[in-house]
Design a binder for this molecule. Structure first.
Ligand code: MN
Length: 137
């Protein structure tokens, strides 16, 4: 049973379209709505929505940082070598330069966060089903 579908889809920032541009770096279906389109601002701000079970690949934000503002549903954030952190609306995650990590929905809930991102991402391998299922314990 999928949880939080309506509340996430009715997010005040809007769900946006299917995230085709980054689909190769995700497992499952995500959606992206870019919130700032200003060439004078070199920080990306986007609303990212994940269907249940969807997560992005392991990745690193180089020469920058990322701040996640959780707006809906339930999700996970994990840095390599650390326990996964369960995320709920109102949670804030700061990822420092060079830290390998992933983020995404729980297995049974939709999930949405605003991502504020500076620098250049390096996309790595997918979070395997074994790795993903391990955090659900
Ligand atoms: Mn990230």
């Amino acid at each position: 049973m999928s949880q939080n579908e309506q509340s996430v889809k009715n997010d005040v920032f809007g769900m946006g379209a299917k995230n085709d541009a980054y689909a190769q770096y995700f497992t499952g279906q995500s959606y992206l709505k870019n919130l700032v389109n200003d060439p004078a601002v070199n920080v990306g701000v986007g609303n990212v929505t994940f269907e249940p079970g969807c997560r992005n690949n392991w990745h690193i934000h180089h020469n920058g940082f990322q701040i996640l503002l959780v707006t809906g549903g339930a999700g996970w954030y994990q840095e390599e070598g650390q326990a996964a952190r369960k995320l709920h609306p109102g949670d804030v995650v700061v990822t420092h330069d060079g830290v390998k990590h992933w983020h995404g929905a729980t297995k049974d809930s939709w999930f949405a966060h605003i991502a504020i991102t500076a620098g250049t991402p390096e996309w790595l391998g997918p979070v395997s089903d074994a790795q993903y299922n391990a955090v659900e314990d």
